[in-house]
Design a protein around this ligand. Structure first.
Ligand code: SF4
Length: 268
């Protein structure tokens, strides 16, 4: 966090809710993390779909999408910011194959030739008293009747029914920002899951967003309290096994010292 004050995006709020110490490692200490295969694939697919919508409508075909994927990957494949850490040639072929499948699946869900995107990778922000809510919406469509539709692409698996509302956390966050910053409650928010493939939709309303806003204010207070007191709780969970910071985490310090006392070696 810098002098400009508290700034929260959906991902930073999710980090804080799942583990305040994780939030600290990422957003306060700004520690670097290795690029995972799924994260890199997600970034590449998002970039391809953004480029695809910048083409003439008639050109937005499955073949063109695959061409864009090849072209974009050629541009960034040697860049450590985009290439999954430790990925060799053989793994790269399998990784790309999965990316191609996700793109093919996209066309089972939508025909982009019939869609007009008003904004792509759209940066929005809103100052909610002492916290700024901010982030990037994958796609906004302003329909002829004046309504707004927000779309978010997902390259992971669709959540179970009990986790569906939680999956809309990011889009409800953006719906709130749209409402407060532009005075428009999006008529529909859509999660486009490319792996399954399936589209989940939700229609936000004022009551839902007011409750969400209260939740954001409470969360902002909790983050501010943690900053002021430098008290960052650890919240161990199964997620720890894929957390990049396990070796630095106080919750795992005793495990690490036990292992060094017994001479046990971990990792591969
Ligand atoms: S290892 Fe677990 S408890 Fe520690 S920071 Fe990561 S998620 Fe939090």
């Amino acid at each position: 966090m810098d002098e400009a004050g508290l700034r929260l995006s959906p991902s930073s709020v999710t980090d804080f809710k799942s583990c305040p110490q994780l939030f600290k490692f990422r957003k306060i200490d700004h520690l670097a993390e290795p690029v995972s295969g799924p994260a890199a694939r997600g970034s590449l697919i998002h970039a391809v779909l953004e480029r695809l919508f910048s083409e003439q409508a008639a050109s937005r075909t499955p073949d063109r999408a695959q061409e864009l994927l090849d072209a974009l990957w050629r541009q960034v494949r040697e860049d450590p910011e985009f290439r999954p850490s430790g990925m060799g040639m053989q793994e790269e072929a399998a990784w790309l194959k999965e990316a191609r499948t996700l793109l093919r699946n996209y066309f089972k869900l939508e025909d982009p030739r019939g869609l007009e995107a008003s904004e792509l990778e759209w940066w929005i922000e809103y100052d909610l008293s002492d916290v700024q809510l901010r982030g990037i919406i994958d796609r906004l469509e302003k329909r002829p009747d004046g309504t707004w539709v927000l779309t978010d692409y997902k390259t992971g698996r669709v959540p179970g029914e009990s986790r569906e509302l939680a999956a809309f956390f990011g889009l409800r966050f953006y719906a709130l920002v749209c409402w407060r910053a532009f005075g428009i409650i999006p008529k529909e928010i859509r999660l486009v899951y490319l792996a399954d493939p399936v589209v989940l939709t939700l229609n936000p309303n004022e009551r839902m967003l007011l409750a969400f806003e209260r939740q954001m204010r409470a969360l902002a207070k909790a983050v501010q309290r943690a900053v002021n007191t430098n008290d960052w709780r650890t919240r161990p969970s199964p997620y720890c096994m894929s957390c990049s910071f396990q070796s630095l985490c106080p919750a795992w310090a005793s495990v690490a010292s036990e292992q060094s006392e017994t001479g046990e070696v971990t990792g591969d």
